[in-house]
Design a protein around this ligand. Sequence first.
Ligand SMILES: Nc1ncnc2c1ncn2[C@@H]1O[C@H](COP(=O)(O)OP(=O)(O)OP(=O)(O)O)[C@@H](O)[C@H]1O
Ligand SMILES: [Mg+2]
Length: 248
Amino acid sequence: MTMQDEPLLAVDSLSVSFDGFKAVDDLSFQINRGEIRVIIGPNGAGKTTVLDLICGRTKATSGSIRFEGRELTRMKEYDIVRAGVGRKFQTPSVYEDLTVFENLEISYPRGRGVFEALLFRRDRELTDCIRDIAEMIYLDQKIDEKAANLSHGQKQWLEIGMLLIQDPALLMLDEPVAGMTVNERVRTAELLQRIIQSRSVLVIEHDMGFVEKIAHQVTVLHQGRIISDGSMEHVKNDPKVVEVYLGH
Ligand SMILES: Nc1ncnc2c1ncn2[C@@H]1O[C@H](COP(=O)(O)OP(=O)(O)OP(=O)(O)O)[C@@H](O)[C@H]1O
Ligand SMILES: [Mg+2]
């Protein structure tokens, strides 16, 4: 089996407890290359906690997370980022006083030392890369605009751009279309289709119309456990899922 055939991410029997409360309980799932996987589930199901575990913000109580042959549960948060896992939080966190260009520029990964930062010059290659990403996230006309002047949806796109410039193999997005207009949601779905030409995406989302449009595979979480997993068509018709969503 070559590396290309292996799943990009393999989560196996992952659990975490907070003071005895199992927020994530024996979770297993995989993400293939070029796949969009969506995690859905009611509030408090443990969805954000799964992202916290993968990006190393929260330490697992047990289980494993394999990413391109490496064990993430043993790695520090910044090493996981450098290994190729990008994560967007529930609320956008762009630098309001900086322009779109500058927000992308400061997100470009450089040498970690002070001297490398001082020696860094804005070269042609980086400028081209920033322009390409700005175009991809529909902000090429806004490239010199301060982030403060963008709409909420445009800020969400900018934050996705700030992750793309780090060239992650796996992009994790927590509720990316929350607060977006209908038109912005359509364009975000199109953006994700372009992103997966060369990457995989893990999305948490409540908007079922959006999930239906983008998901290859859907994982349904409830009280920290997977209650259903498969195509949207499959989980939508799963009686366990229907029960959870109707609240009985
Ligand atoms: N660091 C932590 N310490 C203690 N409890 C936590 C911690 N992180 C999450 N929890 C608890 O774990 C449960 C799952 O929370 P999580 O944020 O993962 O849910 P979620 O599915 O993302 O919900 P939402 O849809 O509202 O965003 C909640 O009961 C939450 O209070
Ligand atoms: Mg959440």
